[in-house]
Write a protein that binds this ligand. Structure first.
Ligand code: UDP
Ligand code: MG
Length: 329
């Protein structure tokens, strides 16, 4: 059995930490897992740090990290993963809404041949103001990215370590790990998990998560589709717009020449009364701007390649200097 690292982001959750620790250790011990728990205190202002400190002093399987201020859940997960050693990483919320008794089921599902298994809060114990937007969000993410899960934003997930090595979390990208991982070829699945109502503390996300989540979704679909070739998107629209503007101006030039050269066309409207002039110029400028933005984006991508970010993800490597475990044994 691989080592498990259970990473828990904590932002003002003093009331649930001790119980959560107890539940996780009891499940992990009863299944004889080799495991570590990592609490990441994301700038809590309550007694969370003191509570986790007391727990850590009594159990060396528990590590605690403390941010200087609140950096957000994605940063907390990233820091936790960096401090962890397990081949399998589990992330779960600190508020006791995720039930540690589901950990064995997530592991079983992962071993069916997945690299990431996301929890799916099939019966969700949250107010309707949370569950309804979440349904729309999940549908939208599936439609825009092709990664169809019922519950992308579920904090309860299991991952093979390579995912955290390759997918670097920042901002509020924790909602999109399945999409980002799938874009690098990792196999993503889901498994229903028991979900409980929050009994301690308050939810950290309000309505503002909707517009933010949507903007992030646009970013993610751009990043996953055009990360290595932004000019293909920007330049495509740029070229179309530039061509439309150019055609408009060519037409207007011919029009103008005919109008001044031949008596028969003398009653045509003068150029300054043709709105097409404005449209054509607008389209030409927009096109040039999009193309330039595309080149700037390509410069950034090219720099990223020089800085060592790999545009591919290797699953296995056999043969000379390979890491084949059977050969090494
Ligand atoms: N969290 C965090 N940093 C933040 C906000 C939240 O570490 O800035 C943690 C929080 O303590 C909890 C998890 O992320 O462990 C999920 O937050 P919450 O339960 O408030 O989200 P909800 O379940 O309401 O979607
Ligand atoms: Mg919660």
């Amino acid at each position: 059995m691989s080592t498990l690292s259970i990473i828990i982001p904590v932002f003002n959750e003093e009331g649930s930490l001790a119980e959560l620790y107890r539940e996780i250790t009891s499940v992990a011990e009863s299944h004889k897992y080799e495991f570590e728990i990592i609490f990441v205190d994301d700038g809590s202002t309550d007694q969370s740090w003191e509570v986790m400190g007391d727990l850590a002093r009594a159990d060396e399987r528990l590590q605690c990290l403390r941010f200087r201020r609140n950096f957000g859940k994605a940063a907390a997960l990233r820091a936790g993963a960096a401090a962890s050693v397990g081949e399998l990483i589990i992330t779960m919320d600190a508020d006791l809404q995720d039930d540690p008794a589901e950990i064995p089921n997530l592991i079983l599902k992962l071993n069916d041949g997945y690299d990431l298994v996301s929890g799916w809060k099939q019966v969700r114990n949250d107010p309707i103001g949370k569950t309804l937007p979440s349904k729309v969000f999940n549908w939208l993410v599936g439609w825009m990215t092709g990664v169809k899960l019922h519950d992308h934003n579920c904090g309860f997930k299991i991952y093979r370590r390579e995912i955290f090595d390759e997918v670097k979390l920042y901002g509020e990208m924790h909602r999109f790990v399945p999409v980002l991982a799938s874009a690098r070829g990792f196999k993503v699945g889901e498994n229903p998990v028991n979900h409980r109502a929050r009994t301690h503390g308050v939810s950290k996300y309000g309505w503002s998560r909707l517009p933010k989540g949507f903007l992030d979704l646009l970013t993610v679909s751009f990043l996953t589709g055009f990360n290595q070739r932004p000019q293909h998107l920007l330049g495509m629209f740029g070229m179309l717009s530039f061509m439309a503007g150019g055609l408009g101006l060519v037409y207007l030039t011919v029009y103008c020449v005919l109008r001044v050269s031949f008596e028969a066309f003398a009653d045509w409207l003068p150029l300054h009364q043709r709105p097409l002039v404005i449209y054509s110029l607008g389209a030409l400028l927009l096109g040039a701007q999009l193309l330039c933005m595309g080149f700037l984006a390509e410069l950034i991508v090219a720099k990223g390649q020089r800085d060592g970010r790999e545009p591919y993800s290797i699953k296995e490597h056999l043969g000379a200097q390979s890491q084949d475990p059977e050969q090494a044994a």
